[in-house]
Design a protein around this ligand. Structure first.
Ligand code: M6R
Length: 369
């Protein structure tokens, strides 16, 4: 039930801290990661895994993209994301040591289910990251790593997204333990970051009013761009998808470095551009590059809304608006930074008088190919 909330979507965004906390629960033992569902697959399977392919669609595929950076860094195994509906038609290279990880909130998405079945036929081991107990995809997989976001009713995926990233990070840390690629101290540091995420998401939800104001002055806009680097890139894609599906606005997410390879031609006076700014504390170089991207688009008249860390004073002179968020570790920023983008899409759709829970032409689970 919606309770006192104006929409399921808003209710579900406010449930994101619990979605992360509940997904972590019972998977951390004595300060170290231990995911029983993965242990059931056998350590040998995980140790021998030499390639991971994530199959998913829509928002779930963006969670997968976020996960690639951390899993590669922690477990030193190559990870790529393939859209489930493309996977079968590209003659994928899958061997006995390939792990195919599917991500699906509903566990019923036909494209993803067919990709999982195909991966099994090819001899891969399959792990399902799913939010719905007993759904078809986890039943068709060798192991199921459930997210515990609770039922998601709104068509737009929000709390399931942060829970999916959490599950992927648990997978990455568990693999790193089995493969011996991270020390115990390093694993603990990453787990501490994960445990701190819910409180930071709560802070981001507290920025709702500010985000609503921004959406109000942008009510008449016909296009919005999103830019990010590294883990901020998939968040740019997700911010754009949310806006397309809820507010029916042309929205595009780009890797900030791509700008000069084409998209900068789209910049015109007044165009709103959200920029995900990585904290300079993680990489001064990346931060400097993002600031210079902001200068390039601002010089061409774009209206820049920066999503940045609270203490990042360097961004202030260059952006029109700044949404300031608490510092999080470099892989953990996306879990916080996505929240204002979700709220922005919700508010812009609401300002346009649209039904945010039931956007036109869409269904909550896509059970046809
Ligand atoms: O249930 P699934 O996670 O498999 O659904 C995948 C996509 O259809 C879904 O994430 C879709 O992109 C959402 N409507 C996005 O908000």
């Amino acid at each position: 039930e919606k309770g006192g909330w104006s929409s399921f979507m808003l209710k579900e965004i406010t449930e994101e801290p619990e979605a992360v906390a509940n997904t972590l629960r019972e998977r951390i033992h004595e300060g170290d990661v231990f995911v029983p569902e993965l242990a059931a697959l056998g350590d040998e399977v995980l140790r021998d895994a030499d390639r991971i392919i994530v199959v998913a669609a829509g928002t779930a595929s963006y969670a997968g993209l976020v996960g690639t950076y951390a899993i590669e860094a922690w477990a030193r195994v190559p990870v790529d994301v393939q859209l489930a509906h493309e996977f079968r038609y590209r003659d994928p290279i899958v061997g006995p040591n390939t792990l195919v990880v599917s991500i699906s909130q509903s566990g019923e998405t036909m494209d993803t289910l067919m990709a999982v079945k195909y991966a099994r036929e090819l001899g891969a081991r399959t792990i399902s990251i799913c939010n719905t107990q007993g759904a078809t995809i986890p039943r068709e997989s060798d192991a199921a790593l459930y997210t515990h976001a609770g039922p998601e009713v709104a068509v737009a995926s929000t709390k399931a997204f942060v829970a999916q990233i959490t599950a992927l990070y648990l997978l990455g840390l568990h693999l790193a333990r089995v493969k011996g690629t991270l020390s115990e101290v390093e694993r603990r540091a990453m787990l501490d970051e994960l445990v701190a995420v819910p409180e930071k998401i709560r802070f981001a939800i507290g920025e709702h009013e500010r985000v609503a104001e921004l959406a109000h002055w942008m009510g008449g806009t016909s296009a919005v761009l999103f830019l990010g680097r590294h883990v901020g890139y998939p968040i740019a894609l997700e911010g754009a998808l949310k806006l397309k599906e809820l507010a029916y606005i042309h929205a595009e997410g780009f890797a900030a470095g791509e700008l000069k390879h084409g998209p900068i031609a789209l910049i015109e006076p007044g165009l709103p551009v959200f920029v995900l700014v990585p904290s300079p504390r993680h990489s001064e170089e990346m931060h400097r590059k993002v600031i210079s991207n902001i200068q390039e688009i601002r010089a061409r008249g774009a209206r820049v809304i920066a999503i940045a860390e609270q203490a990042d004073a360097a961004v202030l002179p260059f952006a029109d608006e700044v949404i300031a968020l608490p510092l999080a570790g470099k892989f953990f920023e996306p879990l916080i930074a996505v929240v204002p983008l979700q709220l922005f899409a919700l508010e812009l759709a609401t300002a346009k008088g649209l039904d945010v829970d039931q956007p036109r032409n869409l269904a909550k689970s896509v059970t046809v190919e």
